[in-house]
Design a protein around this ligand. Sequence first.
Ligand code: FMN
Length: 212
Amino acid sequence: MESTVAETYKDRVTLAITGASGAQYGLRLLECLVAANCQVLVMISRAAQVVIATETDETLPGAAKEQEVWLTARFSAAAGQVRVFGREQWMAPVASGSGAPSKMVVCPCSTSTLSSIANGASNNLIERAADVALKERRQLILVPREAPYSEIHLEHMLKLTRMGTVVIPASPGFYNRPESVEDMIDFVVARILNQLQIEQNLMPRWGEDSLS
Ligand SMILES: Cc1cc2nc3c(=O)[nH]c(=O)nc-3n(C[C@H](O)[C@H](O)[C@H](O)COP(=O)(O)O)c2cc1C
């Protein structure tokens, strides 16, 4: 008898990567979720594809099915562990409360997508998936990056925070004495994984001396 998704994977997470700077955060988060044996339902906005091409040496294909093959190979995921959905793939599980995972992260989150989520736009699959998370009162984590923030950005973050969304700014700390860009990326990704309650060994929690 074939095993179900729930039996195969420890958890299911929706991950949207949008066009704010910091594509590395989203890609590293995906890598960690795969390593933690989660199934990840991924959406990558068109702007995010431009940012990935600008900020990394990775050449992500344009179409969702090809991205799925590419990301599966890139992160040594099992077949079906990473599923990628396109901008208007309305029949995807994330488009409905009955099919969507209980956890969703938008990382990084552009101010454009932040605005659309705060206003319930649902004009593409990322916005719809976030709207589903909000209406179902499920976990939604946003990782915005902009500098400085306008009053509009802050209002959107406040509105969503009041609805239970967790906003984790892409702003690494320095008290752990990062020695590389990777250390700084892991600082933020560790916080996201902690919020998701997915075990991580990137950073000790405060008050823990080392990872054991
Ligand atoms: C290289 C690059 C860096 C960008 N950095 C940011 C950023 O840090 N924050 C942001 O909100 N938008 C940033 N943008 C602009 C967004 O990509 C743009 O607003 C886009 O419409 C967002 O679309 P999306 O939300 O569908 O991904 C950047 C764009 C590019 C090409």
